[in-house]
Write a protein that binds this ligand. Structure first.
Ligand code: C2E
Ligand code: MG
Ligand code: MG
Length: 579
């Protein structure tokens, strides 16, 4: 592929970057190749209309950014290293590269990059010229598409799914991305097909596809896997709770009746879920595990979703075991609280502590809260568990007080299901009264999502809790979908920035900018900010500079059992006195 001659002319004319302004309107606008000009630091300073057309980005969206906004992840770092080494040595490079459009699609292009020199031959920038190869590959891809799409529903088939997954997983290798693979099998589809005929069966599959599509984001992958089986990958999910959300939505969407040729048809779906990278790094493994979990969902009542769990390999009855053991643990009060300090960044004092539940079970081992809390939420067991946790926190609050650790409010995580119970306030009031403790000894941590549900009722509850003396925090801030303006309406004291932002705060400018903005906004709304999941000294330093108020994370301490936590407090006080 040749780069347009027009452009070679352009390059000659462009003796300095500054006079690009002069050449761009005329030539750059006319040529069909996309052109991108960067300064010496690889910051984009200009692009032409063909660039906008091919990539989908407007000029003002990319100027000032680096070309990696287009990076697809298909090429490894090594590829870029070689490319830059060639540009440095030969002044140019050309080759085929896969980039990503604003829509998320990846596409092939032929790219040539050249360095731009001034009169003294000093490099002052770079120029990239590219042609979209999609068209040329069209015939090829049309053939491929036919072999890759499911002719009934128009979505990917099993082969296309594997290919798209492989690209996705390849590009996820060196990042913290999580993806959820859903294996869906329709319940009662066979009966519909057998009794109402294939034509209606086919219509039903088309309607099912349409409903599923309403949940998909740009990069998500949907495929029809076989007869009445579908596979979906929800890409870049934040945590398993997001997968729970999609699971619930799918169950809801598919249990509603379908109206086909005047008939109301009721079906439902059994869904199995596996999570990348937790359950596996390869497509086949992830699909396999989601499939196993789907069978479990089917065998245990249908019309539900189930996450893959290791014991499915050997013991498909784990959920039953979990249920049994959880009920016993509630009866015998087998939960323990671990404590993690919150440190005031300016005064270097421990000014609070978060209680995190732990459950050690003889038959199941250490069951993490992420597993049993979500199970308890689905089954309603969360209410008695929350009460056990509150009781335990009260007992520990007395112990702390007795040992002389006063003014150390204990933050308790409140489940959304518990919070939205009608008698929530009454139930905690009763426990505090029984233990003879004032509310000001506690903070309540509510996630953004909890607060966003049922706004009016939430405001009233929060005001009452505040009047009782509780301090209130928004937990995992940044992971929900809150508009910032809602914060003004709620009487909140602390905002806890989610670990996912803090993790990359030193390496990604975007994350740093978001954290900076959150802190400023919170301060203007008279809230204090706690950074969660702080693990490194550099993060502490940077957060200090950004005016964050408090730090919580492994950098200072992991969550500890009460006894060890009190030793930690003593040690901390001695250290402070020594300074
Ligand atoms: P959360 O409230 O956001 O708690 C913070 C989680 O991050 C805890 O995980 C904690 O151990 C972990 N963590 C703290 N510092 C660091 C760090 O520097 N690096 C890393 N990688 N992790 C850190 P844990 O204890 O597994 O709890 C997970 C979630 O389970 C909690 O998130 C909370 O939503 C829920 N949870 C925990 N205890 C309770 C409880 O008593 N009641 C309720 N309803 N939910 C709870
Ligand atoms: Mg919390
Ligand atoms: Mg949190």
């Amino acid at each position: 592929m040749n780069i347009s001659k027009d452009f070679q002319e352009t390059r000659k004319m462009s003796s300095t970057i500054n006079n690009c302004e002069y050449i761009t309107p005329k030539i750059l606008e006319a040529i069909s190749e996309g052109v991108m000009i960067t300064d010496i630091n690889s910051k984009i300073i200009d692009v032409n209309p063909a660039f906008e057309f091919v990539t989908g980005y407007k000029k003002e969206e990319v100027v000032g950014k680096k070309p990696d906004v287009l990076r697809s992840g298909v090429q490894e770092i090594e590829f870029y290293k070689n490319m830059w080494s060639e540009i440095t040595h030969n002044g140019e490079w050309q080759g085929e590269i896969w980039n990503r459009r604003k829509t998320g699609d990846i596409y092939p292009e032929w790219l040539k990059i050249m360095s731009i020199h001034d009169e003294t031959d000093r490099i002052i920038g770079y120029c990239g010229v590219f042609s979209d190869l999609s068209d040329e590959k069209e015939i090829e891809s049309e053939l491929k598409k036919r072999a890759m799409t499911d002719s009934l529903t128009g979505v990917s088939n099993r082969f296309a799914y594997s290919e798209r997954m492989n690209v996705l997983l390849n590009s996820s290798k060196n990042h913290n991305y999580q993806h959820a693979v859903f294996f869906i099998d329709l319940d009662r589809f066979k009966q519909v097909n057998d009794t109402l005929g294939h034509v209606i069966g086919d219509q039903l599959l088309i309607e099912v596809t349409k409903r599923i599509q309403t949940l998909l984001k740009n990069k998500d992958i949907l495929a029809r896997y076989g007869g009445d089986e579908f596979v979906i990958t929800f890409t870049d999910i934040h945590d398993s709770r997001e997968a729970v959300y999609y699971g619930k939505k799918l169950v809801e969407l598919l249990e509603k009746p379908f109206l086909i040729e005047g008939q109301k048809i009721y079906i439902s779906a059994s869904i199995g879920i596996s999570i990348y990278p937790h359950d596996g790094l390869e497509t086949e493994i992830l699909v396999n595990k989601a499939d196993k979990a789907m069978y479990y969902a089917k065998d245990n009542g249908k019309n539900q979703f189930v996450f893959y769990f290791d014991e499915l390999k050997t013991d498909v009855k784990r959920a039953l075991l979990l249920d049994q053991e959880l009920r016993m643990a509630i009866k015998d009060n087998c939960f323990e609280l671990y404590y993690q300090p919150k440190i005031d960044i300016r005064e270097h004092r421990i000014i609070g502590v978060e209680a995190l539940v732990r459950w050690k079970n003889e038959r199941l081992g250490n069951v993490p809260p992420s597993e049993f809390i979500s199970y308890a939420e689905e089954t309603g067991l969360i209410i008695p568990i929350s009460e056990c946790i509150l009781e335990c926190a009260c007992t520990d609050a007395h112990t702390l007080e007795r040992k002389g650790f006063r003014n150390l409010p204990i933050a308790i995580n409140i489940s959304s299901i518990h919070f939205h119970q009608q008698n929530f306030i009454h139930s905690i009031e009763k426990i505090l009264e029984k233990n003879n403790l004032p509310a000001r000894k506690f903070e309540l941590e509510l996630t953004e999502r909890t607060i966003m549900e049922n706004e009016r009722e939430t405001i009233l509850k929060l005001i009452t809790l505040k009047q009782m003396g509780f301090k209130l925090s928004v937990d995992d801030f940044g992971t929900g979908y809150s508009s910032l303006s809602y914060l003004v309406q709620f009487p909140l004291d602390y905002l806890k920035i989610d670990r996912s932002f803090i993790q990359q705060i030193c390496s990604l400018n975007d994350k740093q900018a978001v954290v900076d903005a959150i802190i400023q906004m919170a301060h203007r709304l008279k809230m204090k900010v706690i950074a969660e999941g702080v693990e490194q000294r550099e993060q502490v330093k940077l957060l200090g500079k950004l005016d964050c108020d408090m730090i919580q994370g492994y950098y200072y301490s992991r969550p500890l059992p009460l006894k060890e936590f009190m030793e930690f407090l003593e040690f901390w006080e001695l250290e402070l006195e020594g300074k």
